[in-house]
Structures are given as C-alpha cells and as structure tokens.
Design a protein around this ligand. Structure first.
Ligand code: SF4
Length: 624
C-alpha cells in the first residue's frame, strides 16, 4: 500500500485502497506522504481519527523518518471562539439572542479567552462543548463579518486558516473538505488550491456526506438564528422600530406554521407527501424574507452587521427558491423534522460529476482508503459514486489469520427476518454461544425496535447461572457504555448502528459478534426511495446496483469489530437465513474476511469454550 501511495503521490494520480483491519493503513499513507515532501490534505470521517493522526501517528512517523513537518489540525468554525461575538455578548448580555450567555459561563469564557492561543473551544474545559452558550460566542459562516470585522487581526478562525495554509500537512474532516470543494468556505480562503495531494481515510463515508453537501438545505434553526441576530444587531444599532420588528416576526410565524404542520409526521417525509400547508408556509417564509430584505437593503445603511443579516436573508431566499423549484429528475426533495427543528432539502442523485470536476480541476493526487470499499473484489460501487472510475485500485488483505482466529456461524434454522418471531428466535439461537463465551459479546441490531425487543427477550430468558452483565445502548451514553464493556471484561453489549463502526475492543472481552439481520437500509426512507428511483430511471436494477452493495459494506464494518489483533479470536453469528436462501447471499459471504464457516451451533460453541478454557489455563500458568 505504501508503494502504491508513493506512486500516486509521485504521478499525481488517483488511487483507491481497501486495507483490511490490522494492515497499518495509516502508516502506509503517512510514510510516503511525509517522504514525498508534497503539501497534503488528510481528511477523515471522524473526530477520533483526526485527533489520533495529529497527536499520535504523525509525530511517531515524523520522528521515525527524521522528517520534521509542519502539521495543522483544522476544524469547522463552530470549534473556535469568535472574539467579536464574545465582545458583544460581554458588553450587552441582555440583547435578544444572548439569553444563553449566562453571566458565570461568560466570565469563565472571557478569562480563558485571555489565555488561549488557538481559540479552540475544546480547551475551555470548564464549559462543555455542547453548552448552548457557545452558540452566542462562536461564529457561523453567515454571521461572520470577515475582513470587515473589528477583531479580524486577532481572529482565531482566520489564524487557524492561515496556519493551515502555511503547513505541509493539514488534517481536516470530510465535511470541511467538501465545504472547501463546494466553495462554501467554513473559514477564510481555500485549502484545495494549495494542496498537491488529498488523502481520504474512512473514505467509505465520503459519498453520502458529499451527496448532502452538494444539495441545498434550508433549516429552521438557521432561519431563527438569522431573526435572532437581526433583532440583536438592529437593537444594538438603534434601528429597530415596530414595523421592522413585525417583519422579523412574520418570518418566525412562517417557521412556526411549517413546524406545526410537520409535527407528528415521520422523521423524513417525501416532498410529494407533504401536507399543502407546509408548501404554503414555505411560500410565506420566502415572502417574509423578501419583505425584510426590501426594508433593510438600503445602500445608505452603514451598519456592517445589519448588512450581513440582509446578505444572509438573501441567501436563505435563494436556497428556499432552489428547493421549491428543484428538478425532480435530477435529485430528490424531502422535509426532515426532529426535536431541534425542521429542514427542507434537495439532494442530487449523483455527485460523481462534481467530484470528478474537482479532481480534474488541478494537478493533484487523490487517495481514497478504508477497510471497507470493495464488494467481493469489485470497487466500482465506490469509484462510480465518487467519480473516480479510472482510479487505480488495490485490495490489501488483513494480516490476521481469519481461518484460525475466527469462525463464521450461519444457522439455517431461523425464520425469515420479516417473521414477528424472528428476533426472539435469533436471541434463542445466540444464547448458547453467549454462554459458551462467558458473555464477552456484541449483539448488534439493524433497528432500534429490534434492539428493544431483543434486549427485553434476552433479559426474560436469562437464569441465575448467567452471571454476565447485559449492557443496552441508551442506558448510558455510548462512550460510557463502551468503557464499562471493556472494564467488565465479560459483558454482553446490545446496540444498533453506532456500534457497527469505529469501535475497537481488543482481547477476549469481545469474543462473539452477533448480527441480527443483513443491514439493508430501511425501505421507507424517502432518500433511499428517491435514490433507487434514480437507478431505475438509468435502467439499472436498484436492488443489485445499490442496496446489496451498500448492505455488504455495512456488514463488513459490523463483522470487522471482532478481530482487532493477532491474538484475538472469536465467532461471528449471522442469523439472517437469506444468506442461504437468496442468490445475493453468496455476494455477502464472499465479501467477508476468509473465516472458517459452520452451520452447526455445537461447533461454534465448542470453538468458544475451547478458547475461553485456553485463556483460563494461560492465566493460571502465569499466576503459578
Ligand atoms: S472575523 Fe468573523 S469569526 Fe473572526 S472574530 Fe470577526 S466575526 Fe468572529
């Protein structure tokens, strides 16, 4: 992999590498990256990997190679203190929109602001990242005054960008990279024009994030932030009169009307199924924004911050119009509603052309890597989605001895997954294995409903002999649950999709992974339905062209939780009988690591009991 990456960096080519668990893929791209001397952006899917690269892997590789490099870790602007908004909040805490900025917290932030060099809010440990006070003292792309800001010289966002532009290696996440690509700058200036290579780790997440990014979205929170900021800035400038206030309130009423109309509907609603009143509310919102713009868009107006609010209102109007008038042949529209508000969205079916255009725009190497990119040995599902169909591809197998270390148990005896008895039957089939492993299991579900049913059923059939603790997702926060699982060493953890990826439990604490069903995305999701329509329109079979490959990649992620080290061992149980009864079952099996396979529960139980007995013996030996 390192040689292939070095080659791609040398020739400024595109490369797609699937590197199995344990290959050391991070070092396999960092070593050639550092040796190349090129300016490189490394983009990750998760914050964890960003931190790991910056604090651990890059310093190690740089020291081992004797190549000091300047590295920057760049985050989205919501992670940096905005000195301008802090000054406003401190001087006028009673203005509209600053209610969240409670006195004590603000004083803590002010004291920290005198000391911080980076302005990264993660440093201010006394105030949690999630505290709403940060909304008042961080900026958004919309409310930032940019070069017109009185604090521009000491601006932390601008300084982080400048530092990144002067660095050899910049670590970002996929959202920030896409913001750069879509020219929706999240800070100041662009990163891509200065880069000679972009390396995307956890690249399997990239196509979905890209589809969101190249779409259009109007969110109620953004609009309400705008009305809040407008009232704030007008009050501050002494320009707020009753009729202008009424115009701002008309925007808020339109948002409230849409919220009420969406209340109680599904989380995502297909555009064609929206009640008429939502579309009427959207038209009202558009008109109310235009009325406010007409009132405030006065060339004689000197207030920079108010002009900024007008620009934001104009942008919302443009986006709303784009959603309302979008072409359904090229994308899909829907409304998303939740506890934190709603959004009206348009997402294009395909983003490959736009990503391709970015790749062609300038000489630059593009390296995509992840542990799960290929279906069987075919990369086209991934490369087609990211516009990299001509890229060189490489599959590097895991160095682990799956034949010996792992066993795949695929019983034929369970009912069809649609059967109401399925979850209970699956738990009954898994229980002897859980007992043989002495707990030490993940039981992963494809839906929250199945998780609660499974957890209820398991607890109802346990006996006093079953001494292993059962941890259920939702009982405590995810990280705390994982910590407990590791500490206990003999627990059973029951969870959904958030435990399928990015979870690394080494050693015997995790010896059995049970997956309830093949992870096909829920068919009632309007985004999925619309995407499938797009495939049909192109004359392709959406099930085989999209749903099966997506489910295979998701299953590979889930199965990948088991063997994380050369000493690990264990059993993967896939209860879904469709592996045997449907033609596509073979594609799933062929895409998994080369584990020994059995349909006999007794063989799987013996595998686990033997290994657990071996552990006990080794422990006794060391104690003696
Ligand atoms: S330039 Fe923008 S982010 Fe920086 S201090 Fe001013 S308003 Fe805040």
């Amino acid at each position: 992999m390192a040689v292939a990456v070095a080659d791609a960096l040398e020739r400024l080519d595109a490369l797609v590498v699937e590197a199995g668990t344990g290959t050391g893929k991070t070092f396999a791209y960092l070593v050639p990256a550092l040796l190349s001397g090129r300016r490189i952006i490394v983009s990750t899917g998760t914050r964890n990997l960003q931190d790991q690269l910056y604090h651990r892997d890059l310093p190690v590789v740089s020291q081992a190679l004797g190549r000091p490099v300047q590295v920057a870790l760049l985050k989205g602007r919501a992670n940096y203190l905005c000195r301008h908004r802090l000054a406003l909040a401190s001087s006028m805490p009673h203005l509209p929109g600053l209610e969240a900025a409670s006195g004590t917290k603000l004083a803590t932030i002010e004291a920290w602001s005198q000391l911080t060099v980076t302005g990264d809010i993660g440093e201010c440990e006394a105030v949690a990242d999630s505290d709403p006070v940060w909304m008042a003292v961080t900026s958004t792309r919309e409310n930032c005054l940019g070069v017109e800001c009185p604090e521009y010289q000491g601006c932390h966002v601008a300084s982080a960008r400048r530092h990144a532009q002067a660095s050899d290696i910049v670590i970002v996440n996929h959202h920030l990279l896409l913001a750069d690509m879509a020219l929706r700058e999240e800070g100041f200036g662009e990163l891509l024009p200065g880069a000679e290579a972009v390396i995307l780790d956890e690249a399997h997440q990239f196509p979905d994030i890209a589809a969101q990014f190249f779409g259009v979205r109007v969110g109620s929170r953004g609009v309400l932030n705008l009305t809040r900021d407008t009232l704030f800035e007008l009050t501050r400038a002494g320009l707020l009169d009753a009729s202008t206030r009424a115009l701002v309130e008309a925007i808020e009423s339109a948002v409230a009307l849409i919220s009420r109309a969406l209340y109680g509907l599904a989380e995502r609603v297909d555009w064609n199924q929206l009640p008429d009143i939502v579309l009427e509310g959207a038209a009202d919102l558009s008109q109310a924004l235009l009325d406010l713009i007409a009132r405030l868009d006065n060339p004689a107006l000197e207030e920079v911050a108010v002009k900024q609010c007008v620009r934001r209102a104009q942008e919302f109007t443009t986006r709303l119009q784009a959603v309302l008038e979008a072409d359904d042949a090229s994308g899909f529209r829907w409304a998303e509603c939740g506890a934190r508000g709603f959004s009206l969205e348009y997402t294009p079916f395909e983003v490959a052309d736009r990503l391709r255009a970015q790749m062609d725009a300038r000489p630059c190497a593009w390296v995509y890597t992840s542990a799960t990119l290929a279906v069987d040995q075919d990369f086209s599902h991934f490369t087609d989605r990211v516009g990299a169909s001509t890229a060189r591809t490489l599959q590097v197998a895991s160095p682990f001895d799956y034949q010996t270390q792992a066993l795949l148990f695929t019983p034929r005896t369970l009912p069809e997954p649609a059967d109401p008895q399925y979850t209970a039957a699956m738990i009954r089939a898994a229980l002897p294995l859980v007992r043989a492993a002495g707990g030490r299991s993940f039981i992963l579900f494809t839906s929250h409903r199945a998780l609660s049913e499974g957890a209820r059923y398991l607890k109802s059939v346990l006996t006093s002999q079953d001494t292993f603790p059962v941890l259920v997702q939702g009982d405590v926060p995810r990280d705390a649950l994982l910590r407990r699982f590791r500490e206990l060493g003999n627990a059973v953890l029951m969870g959904t999709s958030s435990f399928w990826e990015g979870v690394d439990v080494r050693g015997p604490a995790l010896s059995l992974v049970v997956i309830d069903k093949l992870p096909f995305a829920p068919p009632d999701d309007p985004i999925l339905r619309a995407r499938l329509e797009g495939f049909k329109r192109d004359g392709r079979n959406p099930f085989m062209a999209y749903q099966v490959p997506q489910a295979i990649l998701a299953l590979k992620q889930g199965v990948g939780r088991l063997i994380r080290d050369s000493d690990d061992f264990g059993v993967v149980m896939l209860g879904d009988p469709r592996l045997h009864t449907r033609g596509y079952g073979r594609s799933f099996l062929k895409s998994l690591p080369p584990m020994t396979q059995t349909e006999d529960s007794a063989v799987a139980e013996a595998f686990l009991s033997d290994h657990i007995a071996g552990l006990a013996k080794t422990a006794q030996g060391s104690a003696a």
